[in-house]
Design a protein around this ligand. Structure first.
Ligand code: DON
Length: 317
């Protein structure tokens, strides 16, 4: 591909690639410092020394490094795909059931939900994603299979599947999520059976993707809701703008301010150690490193994205 000039800098294929190489080297000392998400026992077994990254430009060019093709548990990043589906079905009716404000609390907190009458602050904390799962469960006979097919299409990977061990592990130990769901049902904010909604929620969190899949799957958010390669529209331009705003303000939970400050991109993390982010009109980027910081975000992953926006000089600001 020809060189591109962005923000007064010229990027060739070689320069994208050498930026990724520098980042991989600079974050290497951080890999051992994070903690894997042992509260989901099956995730506690993942090797902390993994690191992968992939960048997909909206012209289709792909740059990748390290373990970019190793599958990992996508966890909360999948909330972006369920939100996309629920937002496209319910449109602004969705916001009657889930808010759009940062929570300032951990992603699995119960305390705010009682004060706010069973309406979660935003669709990315667990309570909000469970409401979103309920919206989908109410619209499809086999909602988990429907979502898996949808995510396969977004990622352009027909082989994506869920990890049954992670699914069972979450189902067996996800008492907080069950508490959140029952609590919201008592307020009338969950319509399907709690067990069915949780199966969908745990199911989409247990999907395995790799960095290349994720940067494919996020590309529509970098292009006003339409995937630039397939031409398929998943959200209107206005909805994509709103979803990206939620990613920036709520995508990394009670660290969203710090993430915006350091990284300067809308992005979503998961406790599997993945983070996917976008720059509208330009690219999507994903990183994976399983060691987490105290907020549940990949420690080396956040640093890698910070280095990317610093070294390239490209961010949304
Ligand atoms: O419900 C849970 O706790 C997990 N399935 C998802 C949490 C998660 O990924 C939070 N992200 N940083």
């Amino acid at each position: 591909m020809p060189d591109m000039t962005i923000a007064n800098k010229t990027f060739s294929n070689n320069s994208w690639q050498s930026i990724l190489e520098e980042i991989k080297e600079e974050v290497a000392p951080l890999l051992s410092q994070g903690q894997v998400a042992a509260y989901i026992p099956e995730l506690g077994r993942v090797d902390k020394n993994k690191f992968g990254m992939a960048v997909r430009l909206i012209n289709g060019d792909l740059f990748e490094i390290g373990d970019s093709k190793t599958n990992f548990s996508v966890q909360s990043i999948s909330k972006v795909f369920t939100l996309t589906k629920a937002f496209s079905i319910l449109k602004d009716e969705l916001w009657k059931r889930v808010g759009k404000e940062p929570s300032g609390n951990p992603f699995n907190s119960l305390i705010q939900l009682e004060r706010e009458n069973g309406k979660p602050r935003n669709p990315f904390i667990n309570a909000g994603a469970i409401v979103v799962a309920d919206c989908i469960a109410n619209n499809y006979d086999d909602p988990l299979n429907y979502m898996i097919r949808f995510i396969r299409e977004l990622a352009d990977n027909k082989n994506l599947k869920l990890n049954v061990n992670v699914f069972q592990s979450e189902k067996k130990t996800g008492h907080r999520n069950a508490a959140l769901a029952h609590f919201m049902k008592s307020y009338g904010n969950i319509q399907s059976e709690v067990g069915d909604v949780l199966d969908l929620y745990f199911g989409h969190c247990s999907l395995e993707l790799n960095c290349v899949d994720l940067s494919n799957a996020f590309l529509y958010l970098a292009n006003h809701g339409t995937h630039p390669i397939s031409g398929k529209t998943y959200l209107s331009a206005s909805q994509a703008k709103r979803l990206n705003a939620l990613l920036l303000t709520c995508g990394t939970y009670d660290a969203a301010g710090d993430f915006a400050f350091k990284v300067g991109m809308p992005g979503k993390s998961g406790v599997g150690g993945g983070i996917a982010a976008i720059i509208p009109g330009l690219l999507s980027i994903s990183v994976w490193s399983p060691g987490l910081d105290k907020h549940g975000n990949s420690l080396a992953g956040v640093k890698a994205l910070e280095l990317f926006t610093t070294k390239t000089g490209i961010s949304i600001f």
